[in-house]
Design a binder for this molecule. Structure first.
Ligand code: GDG
Length: 728
């Protein structure tokens, strides 16, 4: 297994194994993922880890299977019948599948399910890590293996891990119902890049992270256990060329012609799904019934041909669904069918690939009515196969594909009348319109094919790793600390600029509660105990707060981002000539929004106004802050104001003041040979930018910053300062 550097881990290996009279027959099954991977990499570089789909009779057979799979670069994870029952059928398909498909009432939970899910994920982890070499990357696939990224990470911090979720990710309200929600989220956050089919799914996941872990999140990333993890959408495509090629084959066209000949006077509506409640099969039948009721002129002129691939028949919900489908089909056919016309033809089987393409090619309409679907590849395959672009796609708005194939007839499958009308619209659509819509969809499917999908995901994974490395390089490691300490030791005139909230003290829900602790006073006093040191506390706070806490000590203080300062003689003075006429109007706007937002409050400082939303419900605060910014933005230029988008605060003040200008003025007088600036907020960026290049600038938190270095959290600042002054 040498040189196998790109590891794919999925629940199932891309093969079918059959046992025929003690002989094992292995057939490769090239799904989209395998095709995409083979086009992006040399196949000998890829190693696939997964369940081979068979329970070996004994150890000897297990060994035999392992040996047979080795030349195919496949590494099997063997599961017992009980593990398959509890891990796959149980936790994966009776808990995660229904919750991710918005069907919480279908959840069935047994005690053994979770412990087996954990144990099997561990089994996959052990197998993947049994490979002696460290891989380029490990790409984990799908919801059966949600714990695996974190398990792999625990074993090796350096790994480059991607995860792709092939099914929808539910809204956080729903996801919160899972008892093991925290473990699952943390499991996925072992990855460096977590991918979903749609933007909405990625946002749902981020919202769950925010709620469950209480961490701040960006639009596409969050920080967890020292790593920035990217959460993005990568809509999966199909092997476009394969479908186009297949539809040009004479044997496929012969199948299509023969299939058509069974319905000389009818238009054919095709549907292809695995048996699953998420595919909206019953909803489709109900809509078709409504269509027949509403449009009697279509009787005998259309057939619905449903191909349903057997799936998960051991799960009780699926058995029930099959019975219901049978009943519904019989009902429709008995009401409307006659000797020469059966409205619904229903087949519970799987067809060879060529036959499937033949069906796609022969059908006038393809109907996809999923009530939830991660992507739905059938919709893309139908368009790709119909190279003459003469087929209509009816596509559920709840399938991920509907976000890309916007030129399909998009329906809400729960709305029977709307869906019935859509069927009618498809039947009477002009060939020109059919062609136009189909071509527009084809362009998307052709470009965003599965090869593109694999390349995009893998290159983004590499980028993610590069961003993380960059970030780690800026972090104050032991080595970086030693060099700072060395500079400190050798210097003779040192100037410290320290921000207050979020830097010297933790954020508090109410600003007035964040008073200095005895420990902090001691630390600051020790800094200035050295006659070579000058200390400036530079804050956005009102002068009164800083005055109450620090007057009488030999620290210089800068308040309201530079409006007030006690430099150079410890007497407070404010920047003269600042205009204040804007204040009543801005205050009124802020008050209006605070009245609409429980928890929001205004801090009115003599020369600036701050709208705080730290205590507002998560999400609502950000929304209202955005609204406030939108209202204030057009006024800023006219009044000569700036808006600072801080940590749960929006602050408005005069453009003439900022921390950078204030600090530079002080630095100009002190002429220090050791300049240190530490801050956590957006307003500290001015500090980092204005001070000279030689300044040791440190950001608290690793978000994008002009600072040279960063420390992870507020507590680290105190430790850093303590060490710096004690080390002398
Ligand atoms: C999951 C997500 C997401 C079906 N019948 C036959 C046959 N098929 C093939 C189709 C298609 C595949 O099965 C079904 O793919 P879907 O995407 O439609 O649905 P799921 O199986 O539920 O897949 C889904 C997908 O993962 C990928 O991320 O899109 O949302 O639920 O390729 O062609 N193939 C053959 N004979 C059949 O009778 N040969």
């Amino acid at each position: 297994m040498k040189n196998k550097k790109k590891i794919i881990i999925s629940n199932r290996l891309p093969i079918q194994i059959e046992r025929k009279k003690d002989k094992l027959i292995i057939k490769p099954s090239t799904g989209g993922l395998a095709t995409g991977l083979n086009s992006a990499f040399d196949s000998s570089e890829i190693l696939w880890v997964g369940w081979p789909g068979i329970v070996p009779k004994d150890d000897a057979e297990e060994e035999k299977i392992t040996e047979l799979l080795k030349p195919m670069n496949l590494l099997p994870v063997f599961l017992s019948k009980e593990e398959i029952r509890n891990f796959y059928e149980g936790y994966s398909n009776e808990v995660l599948w229904p919750i991710c498909h918005y069907q919480p009432s279908y959840i069935h939970f047994d005690r053994e399910y979770w412990s087996t899910y954990v144990a099997v994920n561990k089994k996959f982890c052990e197998t993947a890590l049994s490979i002696p070499q460290s891989p380029d990357f490990i790409w984990v696939q799908d919801y059966q293996l949600m714990l695996l990224p974190q398990l792999l990470r625990q074993e090796n911090k350096e790994l480059n891990i991607g995860y792709f979720h092939h099914i929808p990710f539910p809204s956080e309200e729903l996801f919160m119902n899972i008892p093991q929600r925290k473990e699952l989220i943390e499991g996925l956050l072992g990855a460096d890049l977590v991918g979903f089919h749609t933007f909405a799914d990625s946002q749902n996941f981020l919202n769950s992270c925010k709620k469950i872990l209480n961490v701040p999140c960006g639009h596409n990333q969050l920080k967890h256990k020292d790593r920035h993890i990217f959460i993005e959408s990568f809509p999966m495509g199909i092997d476009y060329d394969k479908f186009v090629h297949a539809s040009s084959l004479p044997e496929v066209n012969a199948i299509a012609t023969q299939f058509r000949s069974h319905f000389p006077d009818q238009k054919i509506i095709i549907s292809v799904d695995r048996l699953d409640y998420s595919k909206g099969i019953l909803e489709r039948l109900r809509a078709f019934l409504t269509f027949l009721e509403k449009y009697p002129e279509s009787h005998s002129k259309v057939v619905l041909y449903m191909l349903i691939v057997p799936s998960r028949d051991k799960v009780s919900q699926y058995k029930k669904l099959k019975d219901e489908i049978n009943r519904k089909v019989s009902e429709i056919n008995s009401i409307y069918g006659n000797l020469s016309w059966t409205p619904v033809l229903y087949f519970y089987k799987s067809l060879p690939f060529e036959e499937l393409i033949g069906l796609y090619l022969a059908s006038d309409i393809c109907m996809v009515t999923s009530t939830r679907d991660g992507m739905n590849l059938v919709s893309k395959e139908y368009i790709a196969s119909n190279t003459r672009s003469n087929g209509v796609l009816i596509l559920s708005e709840f399938a991920g594909a509907s976000k890309e194939l916007v030129d399909a007839l998009i329906v809400n499958p729960y709305n029977r009348t709307e869906t019935a009308d859509c069927i009618y619209q498809a039947l009477i659509m002009s060939p020109e319109e059919i062609h136009e819509r189909s071509e527009a969809n084809r362009q998307i499917i052709q470009k965003f094919n599965v090869q593109h999908w694999v390349r995009l995901f893998i290159s983004r994974l590499a980028e993610t790793k590069a961003i993380q490395r960059d970030e780690w390089a800026r972090r104050i490691s032991d080595k970086v600390f030693s060099s700072i300490a060395e500079r400190y030791r050798k210097s003779h005139n040192r100037l410290f600029f320290l921000d207050y909230d979020g830097t010297l003290v933790k954020f508090q829900n109410h600003a007035q509660k964040a008073s200095p602790t005895v420990l902090l006073y001691n630390l600051l006093d020790s800094i200035i105990a050295d006659p070579l040191n000058t200390l400036v506390i530079i804050s956005g706070r009102a002068q009164e707060s800083l005055s109450t806490w620090f007057d009488g000590r030999s620290y210089y203080l800068v308040a309201e981002h530079g409006i007030w300062s006690n430099f150079p003689n410890f007497n407070w003075a404010y920047k003269k000539g600042l205009a204040l006429h804007w204040m009543p109007e801005v205050k009124k706007i802020m008050e209006k929004l605070a009245d609409q937002t429980p928890g929001a409050y205004i801090e009115a400082k003599p020369y600036s106004l701050a709208w705080h939303y730290r205590k507002v419900e998560l999400g609502l605060g950000e929304l209202k802050a955005a609204e406030l910014k939108e209202i204030l933005n057009p006024m800023l230029n006219d009044y000569g104001l700036q808006l600072l988008d801080g940590n749960a605060v929006i602050e408005v003040k005069n453009t003439e003041v900022n921390k950078g200008k204030a600090a530079l003025e002080i630095a100009g007088h002190i002429k220090a040979d050791f300049l240190l600036a530490i801050g956590d907020d957006i307003t500290d960026e001015d500090l980092f930018k204005y001070l000279p290049q030689s300044t040791i600038s440190i950001k608290v938190g690793s978000n994008k910053s002009a600072a040279k270095y960063y420390l992870d959290q507020q507590e680290d600042v105190l430790q850093f300062l303590n060490q710096l002054i004690i080390k002398q």
